[in-house]
Write a protein that binds this ligand. Structure first.
Ligand SMILES: Cc1cc2nc3c(=O)[nH]c(=O)nc-3n(C[C@H](O)[C@H](O)[C@H](O)COP(=O)(O)OP(=O)(O)OC[C@H]3O[C@@H](n4cnc5c(N)ncnc54)[C@H](O)[C@@H]3O)c2cc1C
Length: 382
């Protein structure tokens, strides 16, 4: 319903491309990580900078268009693609600058975790981000952001120092502790509802080698492994972040996998992780000293882009008999394919000590909490 002249006018003002359904690049541009998402926006602005975002937001206002913003395109439900609306696509905005002296990185919103880690690791620095290197820094930071460094350094949003934001009225604002602090509160865990973030400024920390990986036990050991894991996770120091997958397939064998990372001195890490590596006879033990980038991309094969994914998740405060029985019962019936599993991710340490109202991501006083997710290929639930 938008007049052709208005579309032509926007095109002239953008540095990036403006795509419509008849354009050859349109189909590729609307695809995201989850192959199950099949949505068709009316227009796609592939932005090259904050100016393109300001122009796009103003255009959407003038023509009353539904907007969605794409960072890395990893949201399971495909929330970054609006059916029949206007997609503001930031995936081409991948600039990053590290200031090694101040230990700060300024990164544009289209960057993915793998890009970010590789750049910051060249300086021996890192900050908390997720466990799959294809995930976007934008969605993960705006939604909280749990990863291997969370116990020691807090969530991704806890390491955010400032953000450049284009608000719904087309204004460009800086959000930080001192500038627009209410907006800064919202972008730390409140999701994408406060405006379009064009770049993020992060606090970095010295990290290079870590001690971590995964150990796999037979699925039949789940009844012993889950409580032992719970005890381990509850008493672990901040440097240890971990998750358990009570149903994971290891080369077609039903297994209980425990993934873990110790971000500190390797010999201390080896000592501390011995407990979790000796619960029984493992099917495989892949825990060792490795580079942080290697740790960050270790599970990428489980999350290949383009496959059909379906996930559900919820918070668990108590790992009791009922939970263990239910998880294992479901685990037994699951297909033994890569990418099909139930997993529980622990929230603890620095990530759990932030006050409940300090950011839009509430967790104060929670102690150790797990997020349980099951992931299945779409075809099994269709
Ligand atoms: C394989 C996989 C592994 C994951 N692992 C982890 C993990 O270890 N830890 C963790 O915490 N999470 C994890 N997640 C969840 C992930 O962090 C979220 O799905 C996140 O939203 C993805 O960010 P994105 O930029 O790639 O997503 P997108 O799909 O591009 O965006 C997600 C949401 O944020 C909005 N948005 C995106 N960019 C902007 C922006 N610049 N300004 C305003 N709004 C914006 C979108 O409109 C959408 O609503 C994982 C997800 C997947 C698929």
């Amino acid at each position: 319903m938008v007049p052709q002249t208005a579309i032509e006018n926007l095109k002239k003002h953008l540095r990036g491309q403006l795509l419509r359904p008849q354009d050859p690049a349109y189909d590729e541009a609307r695809k995201i990580w989850n192959g199950m998402i099949e949505k068709r926006p009316a227009l796609i602005a592939r932005c090259n900078g904050a100016g393109d975002v300001v122009n796009s937001v103003k255009f959407a206002r003038e023509h009353d268009l539904t907007v969605a913003v794409r960072g890395g395109g990893h949201n399971i439900a495909g929330k970054c693609v609006p059916e029949g609306g206007f997609l503001i696509d930031l995936s081409g905005m991948k600039g990053i600058r590290v200031d090694p002296t101040r230990r700060i990185a300024r990164a544009e919103a289209g960057l993915k975790l793998g890009d970010f880690d590789r750049e910051t690791q060249a300086f021996g620095l890192a900050t908390t981000l997720g466990i799959a290197s294809d995930t976007g820094i934008a969605g993960i930071t705006l939604g909280g952001g749990y990863g291997w460094l969370a116990g020691k350094y807090g969530l991704a949003c806890d390491n955010l120092l400032s953000a450049d934001v284009v608000t719904a009225d087309g204004k460009f604002l800086v959000a930080s502790e001192t500038q627009n602090p209410d907006l800064f509160w919202g972008v730390r865990g409140g999701g994408g509802n406060f405006g379009v973030v064009t770049s993020f400024e992060y606090q970095l920390h010295p990290v290079s080698r870590v001690f971590g990986g995964a150990v796999f036990y037979p699925l039949s050991m789940g009844r012993q492994a889950i409580p032992a894991f719970h005890e381990f996770a509850t008493t672990a120091p901040d440097e240890i972040s971990t998750f358990i997958a009570p149903a994971a397939a290891l080369g077609g064998t039903p297994a209980t996998g425990i993934a873990v990372c110790y971000c500190g001195d390797a010999s201390r890490g080896e000592q501390l992780l011995a407990r979790i590596r000796k619960l029984g006879t493992p099917l495989a033990d892949l825990i060792q000293e490795r580079s942080y980038v290697e740790m960050q991309s270790m599970f990428d094969d489980l999350f290949t882009p383009g496959r059909m994914y379906y996930w559900k998740s919820s918070l668990i405060r108590k790992v009791d008999e009922g939970f263990i029985e239910t998880a294992l019962e479901h685990a037994k019936g699951m297909p033994l394919t890569t990418g099909t599993f139930i997993y529980m991710q622990q929230l603890h340490g620095a990530a759990s000590r932030v006050g409940i109202s300090d950011t839009a991501f509430p967790r104060g006083g929670m102690g150790v909490v797990y997020k349980a997710e099951d992931t299945e290929l779409g075809r099994f639930v269709a």
